[in-house]
Design a protein around this ligand. Structure first.
Ligand code: ADP
Ligand code: MG
Length: 728
């Protein structure tokens, strides 16, 4: 009798939803109360200090020591009022999660007394013990020196007893060691490039902010079941396990009622999220059993990303209080749907205009078209950079599987906008615009708003889809830091907008009227980027063939996708815009490879252990039971046994067959792992793990799953998939 498994199942059946206390009857009463927001700052800071902070938020101006001291002092008072005793610089190292090191406000002074101390220096800069954070060779551990520095564009907040200060993480040699620095730089690049282009349309536009609205998918699993599955515990996904008879075929989970225990968990993290000013609004079931999604209102991209990371942290903490674990892995359960994190993205101006929303008249629609077409062209030219930005071991299981966007990057815009672009492409002749051309163009451009209202054909299979007033990048993995995708997207769009501006200016300088110059350039871009547009089924095999014909890349695994990070073109784009230097890209490449290798190495080890310590012994135990049965039958029936025990004998042979395959393939996998580990070049090692180690996962799983079906249920040691997914 497998005690851990059955004990876990009993535990789950006994669980009750936890009671959740609301701080007040209205969320608006406690919304953002734990945030040192602009409003709070205005209240707590002396006027001059407040203005200094605002200047550093709006213009990136440096905060001088005097002002920093004043801000720190007010921030400390506010935080202590909220019950904080410690402070931490909260940052995003390249491991993909967040990191913090807590220091106490408490500071002993002479005479056996103590005070609560926190000055400008503690606020603005800190030196965490950074030796254990990945740096891709930029720092070797002997000079493990990097520092964190305050990012005033993202407000400080209090969690529990800690004041958290969002910071960037930089090597003393100046290179970025985190996601935030390049994100801030990419956002600045797109701001400048887009603002320049906006000048064609409206001189009042002086700032453009990229927005991000993420949708976070995740699975919940009961803690007892989690603890009984070493694979899920160590790797975030089930490495073995036969498909349950019922999966997600019935789609009855999607938009069905959320189980009570899950609702209680959601209520609590939403309350905590609201206190932190994270505007989460929607929650619902996803397609797979025990899969859910939550999404906030969109925000400025840097803040939105901080909020996503914070929420991921919160979810994990609060899940524990409810006896759950959150699985953020992209593919926890083989054939079931995986989890993604849609990144909705747009560009907004200081004048309150969404540049990807069609306007009310031909002029504003021309502006819309400009940003719309330039984005498509940016994706066409740099699809591989975008693909590299979402590459991870987890996401490899998802991209191209039948529920997620394929690894081929394409853009969906809907049939009506497609027609509109096709018309535009044809209607502008090679020469100057005739008056008839102009009338026709005005007409078709003027039609855009109506077009979008009834543009309801949503294509769920596209990795990059236009959804009315924003693009939705759907291929981002659920565990990822959105910054990676947002850096890539904003960089390539910035670059494209710069080129667009240059070409249009050249046309204007040759005497072409502004609107005509813009239209002609757009026409050229529409033509050039046509191949990236795809309206059909992205999951189909035909698309793979068609995409190949069009010359689009299909980078199926992480090592192949990552290589793009260090090619000449990428380095030039990132370098020219000042977002990441060659050294930084090389380092990031190295870190991503290491992350990938580590993930596969751990999976391979865990799978080897499970095979050896769980599956094989169980198979042998069951065989022994059958053997005693056959022996007993022989005692009674002697020579007449043959047909009486034939089924038992068949089972014995089948079990031996699978057992043998598991054993042989585990050994081969181990050998391949050893060979891979000997390689000193990380790129080669990553490819070795991908091509030589990983293929054994499926083989071992196949035979283990066959044994799961053959062996007495009472003996099977690991909670089965049907139990993980349906016990409640
Ligand atoms: P879906 O049908 O894809 O699930 P949802 O309505 O759940 O769509 O999510 C839409 C997301 O898009 C929300 O997170 C929302 O905040 C975001 N969004 C809406 N407008 C913008 C915008 N201008 N920029 C960025 N994100 C946006
Ligand atoms: Mg979506």
């Amino acid at each position: 009798m497998s005690t851990i498994r059955f004990k876990a199942l009993e535990d789950v059946l006994e669980r009750q939803p936890k009671h959740v206390e609301f701080p007040s009857d209205k969320a608006s009463n406690y919304y953002a109360t734990n945030v040192f927001s602009q409003e709070t700052m205005r209240e707590y800071l002396p006027k001059e200090a407040y203005q200094s902070v605002m200047a550093s938020i709006d213009k990136g101006a440096r905060l001088d020591r005097e002002m920093a001291n004043q801000v720190a002092s007010s921030m400390k008072d506010w935080a202590i009022n909220k019950g904080a005793s410690h402070y931490t610089h909260w940052f995003q190292p390249l491991t993909g999660t967040t990191a913090e090191k807590h220091d106490s406000f408490f500071s002993p002074i002479s005479g056996g007394r103590a005070i609560e101390k926190f000055d400008g220096e503690n606020l603005v800069q800190q030196e965490p013990d950074a030796s254990s954070f990945p740096n891709g060779g930029i720092r070797n551990t002997f000079e493990a020196r990097g520092y964190t520095a305050w990012d005033p564009t993202s407000p400080a907040f209090v969690i529990g007893k800690t004041l958290c200060i969002p910071t960037v993480f930089i090597a003393y040699t100046g290179e970025a060691l985190d996601f935030k620095i390049p994100l801030l730089k990419a956002l600045q690049a797109v701001d400048h490039a887009a603002t320049d282009v906006c000048q064609y349309f409206d001189k009042n536009i002086i700032k453009v902010s990229a927005s991000l609205g993420w949708e976070q998918e995740y699975f919940l699993i009961d803690k007892a079941l989690y603890n009984a599955r070493p694979d899920i515990m160590m790797t975030g996904r089930a490495l073995v396990g036969h498909n349950p008879a019922k999966g997600q075929q019935l789609d009855d989970h999607y938009f069905g009622s959320i189980p009570d225990r899950a609702v209680a968990f959601m209520k609590e993290y939403e309350i905590e999220a609201h206190k932190l000013g994270i505007p989460v609004t929607t929650r619902h079931n996803e397609v797979a059993p025990n899969q859910f999604e939550c999404a906030p209102m969109f925000e400025e991209a840097n803040l939105a990303n901080d909020h996503n990371l914070l929420l991921m942290d919160l979810m994990e903490k609060i899940a524990r209080k409810h006896d759950f674990r959150v699985l953020l892995h992209e593919k926890p359960y083989g054939t079931l749907n995986g989890s993604g994190k849609h990144n909705n993205w747009s560009l907004g101006t200081n004048t309150g205009v969404n540049l990807l929303a069609p306007g009310k008249n031909p002029k504003t629609n021309l502006r819309f078209l400009t940003f719309f077409v330039n984005t498509i062209k940016a994706i066409y030219d740099n699809a591989d950079i975008l693909r590299a930005s979402i590459a991870s071991a987890g996401n490899d299981h998802r991209l191209g599987a039948n529920e997620a966007p394929p690894a081929i990057i394409s853009v969906f815009i809907g049939s009506q906008l497609t027609k509109m672009l096709d018309d535009l492409e044809k209607s502008i002749g090679a020469g100057k615009l005739t008056p008839e051309d102009k009338t026709e163009l005005k007409l078709s451009i003027g039609k855009i708003p109506q077009i979008l209202l009834d543009n309801t054909d949503r294509n769920r299979t596209s990795p990059f889809a236009f959804t009315g007033n924003k693009f939705e990048f759907r291929a981002v993995g659920s565990a990822a830091n959105c910054a990676s995708a947002m850096i890539a997207l904003n960089v390539i769009v910035a670059k494209q907008l710069q080129e667009f501006k240059k070409s249009v200016d050249t046309r204007i300088n040759k005497g072409v009227k502004k609107d005509e110059a813009i239209l002609k350039e757009l026409q050229k871009l529409i033509k050039e980027s046509k191949d990236i547009r795809f309206e059909g089924n992205g999951y189909g095999e035909e698309w793979v063939k068609e995409a190949a014909k069009r010359g689009l890349s299909n980078l199926k695994d992480t090592p192949s996708a990552l290589k793009v990070m260090i090619d000449k073109n990428t380095k030039k784009i990132f370098g020219d815009l000042g977002v990441l230097s060659e050294v930084e890209l090389d380092a990031r490449y190295e870190i991503e490879l290491e992350n990938y290798i580590m993930k596969l190495q751990i999976e391979s080890r865990v799978l080897g252990d499970i095979a050896q310590n769980h599956i094989i012994p169980t198979a042998i135990k069951y065989q022994n039971t059958i053997i005693s049965n056959v022996k007993g039958l022989t005692d009674i029936f002697g020579k007449n046994l043959k047909s009486l025990a034939s089924s038992q004998q068949e089972i014995l042979i089948e079990i031996s067959g699978h057992l043998n395959e598991i054993r042989v393939n585990s050994k081969k996998m181990l050998e391949e792992r050893r060979k891979a580990n000997k390689l000193s070049d990380s790129e080669k090692m990553a490819f070795a793990y991908c091509n030589n180690v990983k293929p054994y996962f499926d083989v071992i799983k196949y035979h283990s799953d066959k044994l799961e079906l053959l062996i007495d249920d009472e003996l099977w040691p690991l909670p089965k998939l049907r139990e993980l997914l349906f016990t409640r």
